[in-house]
Design a protein around this ligand. Structure first.
Ligand SMILES: Cc1cc2nc3c(=O)[nH]c(=O)nc-3n(C[C@H](O)[C@H](O)[C@H](O)COP(=O)(O)O)c2cc1C
Length: 345
């Protein structure tokens, strides 16, 4: 089984060596992603991809393996089939917003090869929920892995009314996803992270928790890596009491190393986020302690290898997600991680 998984076709070797997307500007590479993925799948040997390894169940969901794609990589659900073919164990589609909106103006993303970092200030570009609903409807019934849906508010919606955006998305889309992920941790929508403050958080989570129970769809909360420990404790306790079913740890960081080669605004992902993401994971696991109560813990942030996966599972993650490493290691990252993880057993 393992030797089958490790064998590489000539095409895979060529793609790994060449990495043509790294020769393009990050935004162009991002726009061409669905096409690249389709071509990659078409030219790859399907029997060569690992699908079922370290499988697990959570509630009624079966995860073929513990590595999925992180929010933002497939915002519209255009490439669902390609991710499955490349060996993803689950997908998180979105962030989707109720109404269509453009990205923030100006430069919205960049990559830093030397440090394997991605930077973005996209601000939830979305075609609006109807077109994502259409994509998900095509795939949901015969899905090969669980599908999470990451939901956000439009930037023109005031924080006072944020619950209306989130509940609208939950009501309209609950039939085409397995789990909702509430995104109030993106640093790229002005004022969004204020939804974690006492004033907004409890009423918001109260409404979303109620909706999740009514629709019988689990609700995860995506956390920021930038919350101080006391604030994190209060977020976990309050969301726990309001029935959140788990956490995605973490979104991008607004912190920067010194000296920093990265822009000051926006969020940073990839290797520079790894330590912070792992620390937040440890903190959340410790805060939950013996009351973890089957809460699902998904970890994202700088995960790139089988060793990273092993580490994050060891520290309490149930599942992991990748974004940046797919850019730097290529579309066979699922396969590489599967092999690396299993070869250390
Ligand atoms: C270009 C880009 C766009 C992103 N868009 C979203 C998004 O729409 N919603 C979201 O919840 N997270 C988004 N993220 C954050 C990722 O889901 C993930 O939390 C973060 O990148 C850490 O994982 P990584 O280190 O493997 O990249 C985005 C990240 C990047 C690099």
């Amino acid at each position: 089984m393992l030797s089958e998984m490790t064998s590489e076709s000539a095409f895979e070797k060529l793609l790994d060596y060449w990495k043509p997307w790294l020769w393009m500007s990050p935004s162009v590479g991002h726009d061409w992603l669905p096409f690249f993925l389709k071509m990659t799948v078409f030219l790859s040997e399907k029997s060569n991809q690992p699908y079922d390894w370290h499988s697990r169940k959570w509630r009624n969901l079966y995860f073929r393996n513990p590595v999925g794609i992180a929010g933002g990589l497939d915002k519209t659900g255009q490439s669902i089939d390609s991710w499955w073919n490349l060996g993803a164990g689950f997908l998180e589609i979105g962030t989707v917003t109720p109404h269509a909106q453009k990205p923030n103006s100006g430069k919205i993303m960049d990559r830093f090869k030397e440090t394997e970092a991605l930077w973005n200030r996209m601000g939830f570009p979305s075609p609006g929920y109807k077109s994502v609903l259409f994509e998900l409807e095509k795939n949901f019934e015969n899905r090969q892995t669980p599908i999470f849906l990451n939901i956000g508010k439009n930037r023109t919606t005031a924080n006072e009314n944020a619950h209306e955006d989130y509940t609208l998305l939950m009501r309209q889309m609950h039939q085409v996803c397995d789990v909702f992920v509430v995104n109030i941790s993106s640093p790229n929508t002005t004022g969004l992270r204020q939804l974690f403050s006492k004033k907004y958080f409890e009423p918001l989570m109260d409404k979303l928790g109620g909706e999740s129970r009514r629709l019988q769809k689990p609700l995860l909360l995506k956390l920021s890596p930038d919350e101080p420990r006391d604030q994190l404790e209060s977020i976990i306790h309050r969301s726990y009491n309001q029935g959140v079913d788990g956490y995605v740890i973490t979104n991008t960081t607004i912190q920067r190393p010194t000296p920093s080669p990265y822009p000051e605004d926006g969020g940073l992902s990839g290797k520079p986020l790894a330590a912070q993401s792992l620390q937040t994971l440890k903190d959340v696991v410790q805060i939950l302690g013996l009351n973890r109560n089957n809460k699902l813990i998904v970890n994202a942030g700088g995960i790139s290898s089988g060793t990273d996966l092993r580490d994050r599972l060891y520290w309490g993650a149930d599942l992991c997600q990748i974004y940046s490493s797919l850019v730097f290691r290529g579309p066979y990252t699922f396969k590489k991680i599967a092999h690396e993880y299993q070869s250390t057993i």
